[in-house]
Design a protein. Structure first.
Length: 437
């Protein structure tokens, strides 16, 4: 498609103003039409040159095939041309609609026989498969009077996963024993778990309980027993995919925050030697991931949920519990990830009672950040006072329900989405320490 450039448009405006001036000065009129003819010839020449050059620009996009949701990522473009002149190019990459771009469009000047590598950033806001279209190119003519717009490069699809960047950061910090930087509490030194691991030489700081006196007398030096956390246990997530998980705090939904936290805990549990599984409920896309323990478990779990979206259904906790009980025989830590409401009691209480017969149950509820913000706002009008009172009543009822669940033997965690991942990991590590599972 051929488009007049801004230079040509403003030139036409100037020509119109000149025509008005010439009409008032008869002495200039004999020169007017030859002048207009010259300008028309130059404009036509520039247009024909641009058409003759054709689609002389090539674009190659470099983008990872998988991206974590919510983070900024660089998309690189390799741009080259076959022109014998300076190439003035404007690029607008056709990114997925759910990606927020930065630094687009891109304006380039590429000398003949050379190429350019440029980049822009995108922030994916939705998980799943998302298509990149071809890159829209505008090539400016030699005299900058025209632009030719066309598509270059190839279309491709990328997968947007839950945010696995937290897993990478956890792994790096765990290597250097710096997990406290992200809020993970390390309450026990190495060697103070529940399961016997090995005998080793006594180290400063070992407790008297760890000293193996028989081995000490046999080796004629102090020998300590080294323990580790219990292994080969199971952690199974029950993921609520109902309408409440559509709520948003910031750019991500509660459902996305939940997936991010679930994946981090899955990684931590696998490092502790436990198996990890998943079941979903209140969804049109039911998923079941049997507990397993292998190096590929996190990747398999990622591929199982990356395109999972919350539905408009209400959660039926009891039916979800029945479905899980029929599949899960071994005692496990069942982590229910949901958003508690007072109307849930009719199906939630029977579901928890059923699960507690065989499993240790942790009910995790996401608390909307806006509720706390409402309570911190000053009250200046009657409407604001009513909103404050209603919010306080809702939170009190919610806390009462959580206490009721706790008195029934269910572990509970009520937290805001941005704190969910770390608090969930800390709760799990505390359970491993107490050997309750």
């Amino acid at each position: 498609m051929l488009i007049p450039s801004r230079t040509l448009v403003w030139g036409m405006v100037g020509l119109l103003a000149a025509a008005i001036t010439v009409s008032a000065w008869s002495i200039l009129q004999p020169f007017w039409w030859p002048f207009c003819g010259l300008l028309a010839a130059i404009t036509l020449f520039d247009l024909l040159w641009l058409m003759w050059e054709g689609k002389a620009v090539e674009v190659q996009r470099l983008v990872p095939g998988s991206l974590p949701v919510g983070l900024l990522h660089a998309v690189k473009l390799h741009v080259s041309h076959r022109l014998r002149r300076m190439g003035r190019v404007q690029l607008f990459d056709q990114h997925p609609p759910s990606f927020l771009p930065q630094n687009l469009p891109l304006d380039l000047r590429i000398p003949p026989g050379r190429f350019a590598e440029v980049s822009y950033q995108v922030q994916p806001l939705e998980r799943g498969e998302h298509p990149f279209g071809r890159c829209a190119v505008r090539l400016t003519s030699p005299l900058r009077l025209w632009q030719r717009q066309f598509l270059a490069g190839t279309a491709e699809t990328v997968k947007v996963y839950p945010n696995f960047a937290a897993i990478v950061r956890y792994a790096l910090l765990a290597t250097d024993n710096r997990l406290s930087q992200i809020g993970v509490l390390q309450r026990r030194r190495r060697g103070e778990g529940m399961d016997f691991r090995q005998l080793r030489e006594y180290r400063e700081g070992d407790t008297q309980r760890q000293v193996d006196w028989k081995a000490t007398s046999r080796m004629n030096k102090l020998i300590s027993r080294e323990y580790q956390d219990e292994r080969d246990q199971q952690v199974v997530f029950m993921l609520d995919c109902g309408r409440r998980m559509l709520a948003r705090d910031g750019e991500l939904s509660h459902f996305d925050h939940t997936l991010n936290a679930m994946l981090l805990l899955a990684y931590v549990a696998l490092r502790q030697g436990d198996a990890v599984g998943l079941t979903t409920f209140a969804t049109d896309q039911p998923r079941y991931f049997a507990p397993r323990k292998s190096d590929a478990t996190v990747n398999t779990l990622l591929n199982s949920v990356f395109d999972l979206q919350p539905s408009l259904r209400s959660p039926d906790y009891y039916q979800a519990a029945v479905d899980l009980i029929t599949r899960l025989r071994k005692r496990s830590l069942v982590v229910i990830l949901s958003n508690l409401r007072d109307e849930d009691d009719s199906t939630l209480a029977p579901a928890l009672a059923l699960l507690r017969k065989r499993h240790l149950v942790l009910f995790v509820s996401l608390r909307e950040q806006s509720l706390e913000q409402t309570l911190q706002q000053p009250i200046t009008t009657l409407e604001e006072g009513l909103t404050y009172a209603a919010t306080g009543l809702f939170l009190n009822q919610r806390e009462a329900m959580m206490r009721k669940l706790g008195s029934g033997g269910v572990l509970t965690l009520d937290t805001e989405p941005q704190h969910l991942a770390i608090e969930l990991v800390n709760q799990y590590l505390e359970l491993k320490k107490s050997a309750r599972l």
